[in-house]
Design a protein around this ligand. Structure first.
Ligand SMILES: [Zn+2]
Length: 233
């Protein structure tokens, strides 16, 4: 059961193709397993096509288009309500089963064999990180792997952080996050995630800027993180 979804702003940017590649990757992976957001994207695409057909997009700024999206979303005009035929399709048909340790389709270009084959870098006895790619201009896409029951060092973000849970679960002071949950944290957020005791946790993470550890690990980890993140020099 997925409880945390991308915001409507993120989904709209995704549908409009204006979301950075790194962030799109997280959204695509979430969509593979979230029927609710798939429906939302379909709705946004229908609205986009509808507005485009009416010539509304010409000479208009993207922000205006977004305003229209939100307005139309809340209005639910009759001509945009899905036809009964579209509703015949059983819910969840498009949603893949989320098998244990199955690599999501969106990530197969980066993870060809399996999680174990990646180039994991050990940052502490219980915390490993593997970079999938670094986007030009800064964002880092990585997998983090934390042992069952482990506390991650307290850290803050100098940029936004998106986390998508791929395996296992973790919690922080705001809640418990399980497979498929999409968590977006801004720079002001300081938190200490704890992995549940039953299994290790693997997450897909997009960092706009490298994380900074604020606890006793700071001296040990920050130079490693900086070395590991080529855009932070
Ligand atoms: Zn969702």
């Amino acid at each position: 059961m997925i409880n945390y979804h991308p915001s409507i702003e993120i989904l709209t940017d995704y549908a409009a193709g204006s979301l950075p590649l790194a962030h799109s990757l997280c959204v695509s992976t979430h969509l593979e397993h979230c029927n609710e957001c798939q429906q939302q994207i379909k709705k946004l695409e229908t609205l986009g096509a509808h507005l485009f057909d009416q010539g509304h997009t010409e000479h208009r700024q993207l922000s205006n288009l977004k305003d229209s999206f939100f307005k139309r979303l809340t209005e639910e005009p009759e001509d945009l309500v899905e036809s009964p035929q579209a509703n015949k399709k059983p819910v969840n048909e498009d949603v893949m089963q989320w098998d244990d340790y199955k690599i999501p389709n969106s990530l197969r270009q980066f993870i060809t064999k399996g999680y174990n084959e990646l180039n994991w870098m050990r940052l502490s006895p219980s915390f490993k990180i593997a970079t999938l790619y670094n986007e030009e201009g800064g964002a880092q896409v990585a997998l983090t792997r934390i042992k069952a029951g482990a506390h991650m060092p307290v850290h803050t973000h100098t940029g936004d952080e998106i986390t998508l849970v791929l395996q296992g679960a973790f919690s922080d002071e705001s809640g418990v996050y399980r497979k498929g949950d999409f968590i977006n944290r801004d720079a002001s957020h300081k938190h200490q995630p704890i992995v549940t005791k039953d299994a290790e946790c693997i997450c897909l993470t997009v960092l706009d800027a490298p994380i900074e550890f604020t606890g006793w690990f700071a001296r040990l980890l920050n130079p490693l993180i900086r070395r590991y993140h080529p855009h932070s020099h």
